[in-house]
Design a protein around this ligand. Structure first.
Ligand code: AMP
Length: 218
């Protein structure tokens, strides 16, 4: 099963992708995570992407398509993929279709998580993640049980706040979403694989709504 989660920054794509991976044995492919890893390791791609990401602009299609192509061809034991933050342009969507086709796969669901713009800033500014396992938290809606350690891996290393999770960068990221990514909604609607889910409920309720869509017998 291959799923795309579509939605503006702060819609909850990463949180839902992680939960669905555990549930269905899927592999999460987040180009944002891959680029942050590249930045951390000071690779050539990471160095080039860093300033673009900090401003909230889009990294060029060839870079992200190459990152995804590597992962799709190595696939390992996953039952399929959840794409989170990819594709973000029509060009990327075409490339993904081609890549899946050449590896004998197809897209099963594209799920649009819609959230009112006014809510996105609250979500973005309060969020952070475990430096060790990447578990996502929010200071108001999902704080760790013990503020010094991660609920999932118990790490007391530290929590990580993203450099681009600020109001200025969010403006640019939203603009990029509406200009470059939202045309994908029409694109996948025309292919009859687009489903819409209200991204404003609790994490558990949204997860259940997604499960009802992808696995109605669940
Ligand atoms: P995300 O973690 O998905 O919010 O992505 C963080 C940043 O990485 C974005 O604001 C972009 O600068 C860059 N990025 C991630 N995925 C893509 C993509 N598919 N195409 C272009 N840029 C991307």
């Amino acid at each position: 099963m291959n799923i795309i989660l579509l939605g503006p920054p702060g819609a909850g794509k990463g949180t839902q992708a992680r939960a669905l991976c555990d549930e269905y044995g899927l592999m999460q492919l987040s180009t944002g995570d891959m680029l942050r890893e590249a930045k951390k390791s000071q690779s050539e791609i990471g160095k080039r992407a860093a300033s673009i990401m900090a401003k909230g602009e889009l990294v060029t299609d060839d870079v992200v398509i190459a990152l995804i192509a590597n992962k799709i061809t190595e696939k390992e034991d996953a039952q399929g993929f959840i794409f989170d933050g990819f594709p973000r342009t029509l060009n990327q969507a075409d490339a993904l279709e081609e890549l899946l086709l050449t590896t004998g796969q197809s897209l099963d669901h594209v799920i649009e998580l819609f959230v009112d713009d006014s809510k996105l800033i609250e979500r973005i500014v309060g969020r952070f993640s475990c430096t060790n396992c990447g578990e996502l938290y929010h200071k108001l809606t999902k704080p760790p049980k013990d503020e010094r350690s991660c609920d999932i891996c118990g790490s007391t290393e530290s929590f990580n706040f993203r450099q681009d999770d600020n109001e200025d960068s969010l403006k640019t990221r939203l603009l990029a979403y509406y200009r470059d990514t939202s045309p994908l909604i029409g694109f996948y609607h025309a292919k009859r694989i687009l489903r819409k889910i209200d991204g404003l409920g609790s994490i558990d309720d949204i997860q259940q709504d997604i499960k009802n869509l992808v696995d109605p017998d669940f």
